[in-house]
Design a protein around this ligand. Sequence first.
Ligand SMILES: [Fe+2]
Length: 370
Amino acid sequence: MKQFSVMPKITMLELCDEFIREYHINENDLIFTIEAAWTAHFQNVNAGTVVYIEKYGRGEPTDEMIEAISRDIKRPYDRVIAIGGGTVLDCSKLFALKETVPVTDLFDKKIPAVKDKPLLLVPTTCGTGSEMTNISILEFKRRHTKFGLAADALYADEAILVPELLYNLPYKVFAASSIDALIHSLESYLSPKATPVSKMFSAEAMRMILNGYKKIAAEGRDVLKSLLSDFSLASTMAGIAFGNAGCAAVHAMSYPLGAEFHIPHGEANYAMFTGVFRKYMEINPDGIIRELNGIMADVLNCQASGVYEEVEQLLGSAILPKKALREYGMTKAQILEFTDSVITNQQRLLSNNYVFLDRNALIEIYTRLF
Ligand SMILES: [Fe+2]
């Protein structure tokens, strides 16, 4: 039986002041954010404990960061509010649970994930869709990869979209995060768990993102500010789609790469994207992927047969140039190492693949992109 649900309530505001007024942030709140965002928009707000995530580590979240934050939270709190990108959101979800640490035990399901506090998520990038999903993804340092915990206790109570918080997003962060959202929409469309409703969210998110990219390519980066509401909504819609249907091999294969070389998540996905999709086409070009390529080709005004080249051309010229895996520092020996890590650690994602990819197929994808 296939199901579809949208869990957190979604609220759309334009300005930060509206958010502060409506949600009465107070001294009993535990806030997760980054210092620059807090200083720019919330300086006069009287909150309880404010956790600046970057004090615990740069880049994507790790198990060690969660342990350190947990040690530092001294005061009791009634509500968790996260204002930030995927790292901030994914970390905060774990602190709305009854027990968070040892976080390895939580992710290994030795500790049950039980929701304990209300959770409000306010994204400040336009990609992760984390505000809509029941997933938290951490890098486990000793395991040398990322690993996701999916549990309904990780759903937020509310996702609040405030485009003003994105006005000063660095272009590179916009690029990587929006590509992540694009890949959420594409992988979820092809997933065997997709439903007609989830596909509608996938397709619309994909159209909005590709149309936004076309506008940037035609008019230059200055147009981005006027598109932030669209990108923000598209990211949330892609989050709804993959929250229901799941992501797959592109995410799975990007995890060891991203963890090893500290590549932003969306960029690591982009490095894998066309390699995985071309392999899908070799194995079965006549399934749902034909429909998906047709939708992309319509938006991009190109032939469906050349749609991946067209996406790479558009992204390469206006959004983010694509790199070969060796340019990130990957070695030939790591092709096998990463393949085995994916097979061992990423079955949650691989089970959503459009077609089954065996070990040789994964090796071939890494090799071609190398
Ligand atoms: Fe992602």
